[in-house]
Design a protein around this ligand. Sequence first.
Ligand code: NAD
Length: 291
Amino acid sequence: MQVQTVGVIGAGQMGNGIAHVFALAGYDVILSDISPESLEKALDTVGRNLDRQVARDRISLEERNTAMGRIQTTNTLEAMHDADLTIEAATENEEIKREILSALVPHLKQGAYIATNTSSISITRLAASTDRPERFIGLHFMNPVPVMKLVEIIRGIATDEQTYHMAQEVVSKLNKVPANAEDFPAFIVNRVLLPMINEAVYTLYEGVGTVEAIDTAMKLGANHPMGPLQLADFIGLDTCLSIMQVLYEGLADTKYRPCPLLVKYVEAGWLGRKTGRGFYDYSGDTPVPTR
Ligand SMILES: NC(=O)c1ccc[n+]([C@@H]2O[C@H](COP(=O)([O-])OP(=O)(O)OC[C@H]3O[C@@H](n4cnc5c(N)ncnc54)[C@H](O)[C@@H]3O)[C@@H](O)[C@H]2O)c1
């Protein structure tokens, strides 16, 4: 099946970016979320990000408007009947994802593909909540999607060759670079990145350094473009915690134990940039460290 219409479930930070790049690459996009505010915010974000690309001469105004016109939004999953490929990009929580996938399949046409943008959860297990594990695959986009070149492609145990080729083709049409990862907890990028972020939270928790010292140390000392705490806020602390939990449980190794301070921040609802507060406070013009 040729992919022309792409469904995206979850219109948060990742869902809006995924909708953006597919629409710009000429696909028709159906963007769905249970939260009407998320959908509204997503369209606004896509519009502003496309405007920025126009201002930088990366795309024309006409391309911008055509891309916006290709995105339709919905609060239900019924419209996914038209999708040749549906990408699940909702909250990083296995129960939520499983519920979405079982509710989605009755609406899909025969032969339609399903992908998940999960950062860490087993593709094989998520595929098992659908009626078509052979047409199910992991497509792990990076944040922010319009900027970051990489997409990890993860096959579950049942994923067939046709689905894998579809994924490769889609990634190349988006002008992105694929990296194949096996279906192990958190795949490649987050298996390496998240323990580093978690360790940065431990250094804060133990008082080894302040937020500013830790981020400055890693930016100037390791040449990272962002400090690990700044990056954690950018990813979302709830997502960081979920990934650490998947690593901890999936690999049964205490070295992946989530830092209690990370747990506390999530319990407080301080999820990073998306809620206006995390390791930094984003209420003013410039982010202010909170510790
Ligand atoms: N944030 C990152 O840096 C990053 C990077 C790569 C992959 N991911 C993955 O992408 C996915 C989404 O992450 P995000 O950062 O966009 O999170 P987010 O919190 O910004 O957005 C999640 C969205 O899912 C929606 N949602 C929740 N339950 C839903 C349901 N039942 N049906 C439809 N929509 C529902 C929420 O309303 C929200 O808009 C997660 O699996 C995450 O691990 C995140």
